[in-house]
Design a protein around this ligand. Structure first.
Ligand SMILES: C[S@@+](CC[C@H](N)C(=O)[O-])C[C@H]1O[C@@H](n2cnc3c(N)ncnc32)[C@H](O)[C@@H]1O
Length: 225
């Protein structure tokens, strides 16, 4: 699967084992998902989950906003099918598309969310500009992701802690670690929070905040004026 061309092809090839893998690979994954939910606005009518994977965040969104129209987007049709099955009988709008080529009409959503997916975008500034158009005035972008630290030594410490976690009993085999390392080198584009905040501000977001953080993981919230 390492020879796959893109991040969504990589994840599509491991779709069945993804939910188990992410739990064993990311120490604070559940806490990050909870934070995305906790810092959400209380009311949302139209919600999109970008890079839904197997639906770990989508399911929580469906529970939080039972009456909202829910859209799940992923580059992998296999991932979307797994999400749809988990959500049934609730119906969702499935969009098989790459972030870089996705377009929604202006003012489509009042909440745009994502978890562990947007760091696959090489040029996020342009992408966030499009997200700001998809949101209605007053709408919120909130997403959890993996970020670069401002100081290289903090990055080194975070990676050391992560590899220690991978090596704990029951976590990742050597083969899984190698696969994730190769995926990271090929497909991951981490940015630091300062740069992200500048991008978001420059495309019209306000009230930008990192509402939760644990090492390399963080949850960022921002509003469209
Ligand atoms: C690490 S998984 C995260 C899944 C889920 N959001 C979660 O919290 O577990 C990243 C997901 O983003 C999708 N993805 C990665 N790059 C993408 C792209 N450029 N366009 C669309 N989807 C992409 C992958 O197919 C995968 O399902």
């Amino acid at each position: 699967m390492e020879d796959q061309e893109s991040a969504h092809e990589y994840f599509g090839a491991i779709a069945e084992e993804y939910s188990s893998l992410v739990e064993r690979a990311m120490p604070s994954y559940q806490r990050m998902l909870s934070a995305v939910l906790e810092y959400n606005p209380t009311e949302s009518q139209s919600v999109v989950d970008l890079g839904c994977g197997t639906g770990n965040l989508t399911v929580l969104l469906a529970n939080s906003f039972p009456d909202a129209r829910l859209t799940a987007l992923d580059g992998s049709a296999k991932m979307l099918d797994l999400t749809e099955t988990r959500l049934a009988p609730k119906s969702i709008t499935k969009v098989v598309a790459q972030f870089e080529k996705t377009s929604f009409p202006k003012n489509s959503f009042d909440l745009v969310t994502s978890c562990l997916a947007l760091h696959h975008i090489k040029a996020p500034e342009r992408f966030f500009k499009r997200v700001s158009n998809w949101l209605r005035p007053g709408g919120t972008l909130i997403f959890g992701d993996q970020f670069r630290s401002a100081k290289p030594e903090h990055d080194r410490l975070n990676w050391k802690r992560l590899v220690q976690y991978w090596n704990e009993p029951g976590h990742l085999s050597e083969q899984e670690q190698g696969s994730l390392e190769r995926h990271r080198e090929k497909h991951d584009h981490y940015i630091d929070l300062d740069t992200l905040f500048q991008y978001l501000r420059s495309v019209g977001f306000c009230e930008i905040d990192c509402v939760w953080r644990d090492g390399m993981l963080g949850v960022v919230s921002a509003k469209v004026a």
